[in-house]
Design a protein around this ligand. Structure first.
Ligand code: ADP
Ligand code: MG
Length: 438
């Protein structure tokens, strides 16, 4: 095949790698190996921190964690991808600590302990703060038993999910650690969707508060709550999900993922800046989130309220709000087509999503735009950037027999433009976080 392809590891081989790394670094057997997938979002971008809808699928590419529970508070973490072992204690894991990659693993233990703690809620977050449910009377299996503490553990990580490709290696790591801790500490959360929602919320807190990345909740929900053969319709306003059948091969289609390998240094600040603009606009409109803005005439009325002639910031805010509101409507339209068995007709919605992200939300870049336009020029039914933007990946819906031809056209175009060679993968809707047999 032309171009570089990233094939997913076979699950038993991935589990074996993590277990071997554990044995070689810790000189002991792990209690087990758990793994969790990266994800790719079909549509609904930058909506998850606005109470909106998104529609990810889990990738066959997973992060594998071999883990052994300890009786003391020591944490020892190694990853095939990172040079040094991270060693510390649980009391070193708190907001404001600079833990590097270890934040994504150790932070989950911290967040699980926080959510089991009956302390009063503070700083609840629209993405579903764990503590938001803890003041009421939760149903069994919807939060850790009060007083449950995750103590120390040793963990070894092996992964075939690329870093920073917009495919959510961070949530894959958090979610694998979450299901591992659930198992070894008997939290009783991994066996139900309600329990997995609690684990997802803990992973979001780890990422937001310990790693310091202000992301929404899509990635962790997908990695923990999606189903194979289905896209996950996630409503981030109330955390509810619906599993929408998504079987492209039955329609002679495939989803080509193009990792552009482009990384833009401004990405983190730009993400936080977009989020702050949305939250301020919602507040000005008197809404909890931009989800309440609605579509059509309601959207036009909201945009008119935000208008201040001659004010460039107001003009920018209007474009940001328009993206979020129209993108939520596109998710609804996309799901309606899937429900009607008309998956081959979703292409124009993908194209419109890309245009909105490029022009109104301004989170695309030259590499993403090139991947999308070459895919379309070579017969893709639709294409768009996916993930946060400023680099990362694009997706193209293509006829199954056109995958290699379109990928090689994109690789050629990247070469001609002087861009780093892209990496390709084909995404089938795969399985969520779970225990492996090593
Ligand atoms: P993305 O989630 O799109 O891949 P992020 O910047 O959100 O990108 O997360 C990438 C970060 O997550 C890495 O820089 C690293 O700190 C952490 N991480 C992800 N996977 C691993 C892994 N296998 N081993 C160690 N750290 C990891
Ligand atoms: Mg991430």
């Amino acid at each position: 095949m032309t171009g570089e392809w990233l094939t997913a590891w076979d699950r038993s081989a991935g589990a074996h790698s993590a277990a071997e790394l554990f044995r070689s670094r810790f000189g002991a057997e792990p209690d087990g190996v758990w793994s969790a997938p990266g994800r790719v979002n079909l549509i609904g971008e930058h909506t998850d921190y606005n109470g909106g809808l998104c529609l990810p699928i889990d990738l066959p590419h997973r992060t594998y964690v071999a883990l052994r529970r300890r009786d003391d508070d020591v944490l020892r973490l190694v990853s095939e991808r990172e040079h040094a072992m991270w060693t510390g204690t649980t009391d070193q894991v708190h907001p404001g600590a600079h833990l590097g990659w270890a934040a994504y693993a150790a932070g989950v233990a911290w967040a699980v302990n926080e959510s089991a703690d009956p302390a009063p809620a503070t700083g609840a977050d629209a993405t579903g703060d764990v503590r938001a449910t803890s003041d009421t009377h939760p149903a069994p299996g919807t939060r850790p038993t009060p007083g449950t503490r995750v103590a120390g553990f040793d963990a070894a990580v092996a992964s075939c999910v690329p870093y920073g490709a917009g495919l959510s290696s961070s949530a894959a790591l958090e979610s694998a650690v979450a299901v591992a801790l659930d198992d070894v500490c008997d939290l009783g959360l991994g066996d139900s969707d309600a329990g997995r929602a609690v684990l997802a919320a803990a992973c979001v807190r780890a990422e937001n508060e310990i790693a310091g990345a202000p992301t929404g909740g899509m990635d962790q929900s997908s990695s923990l709550r999606a189903q194979p053969g289905h896209a996950l319709l996630l409503d981030t306003r109330d955390g509810t999900v619906r599993h929408v059948p998504f079987d492209l091969s039955a329609h002679g289609l495939a989803l080509l993922v193009i990792d552009t390998r482009a990384e833009h240094q401004l990405a983190d600040g730009q993400y936080a800046n977009r989020r702050a603009t949305c939250e301020a606009a919602a507040a000005r409109l008197g809404h909890a989130t931009l989800r309440e803005v609605g579509a059509g005439a309601e959207l036009e009325a909201a945009l008119a309220l935000l208008a201040e002639p001659g004010d460039a910031d107001a003009e920018t805010t209007i474009r940001r709000v328009r993206h979020v509101a129209t993108e939520i409507a596109r998710v609804e339209d996309f799901v309606a087509l899937l429900d009607a068995g008309r998956v081959a007709e979703v292409g124009p919605l993908m194209d419109a999503s890309h245009a909105s992200l490029r022009d109104d939300y301004e989170v695309s870049c030259a590499e993403l735009d090139l991947a999308v336009s070459v895919a379309r020029a070579n017969g893709a039914l639709g294409a768009r950037m996916t993930g946060g933007g400023f680099g990362g990946s694009a997706i193209a819906l293509v006829e199954a027999d056109g995958v290699e031809r379109i990928a090689s056209a994109i690789a050629d175009a990247f070469g001609a433009a002087g861009f780093t060679s892209p990496v390709f993968l084909v995404a089938d809707a795969s399985a969520p976080a779970d225990r492996d047999t090593a």
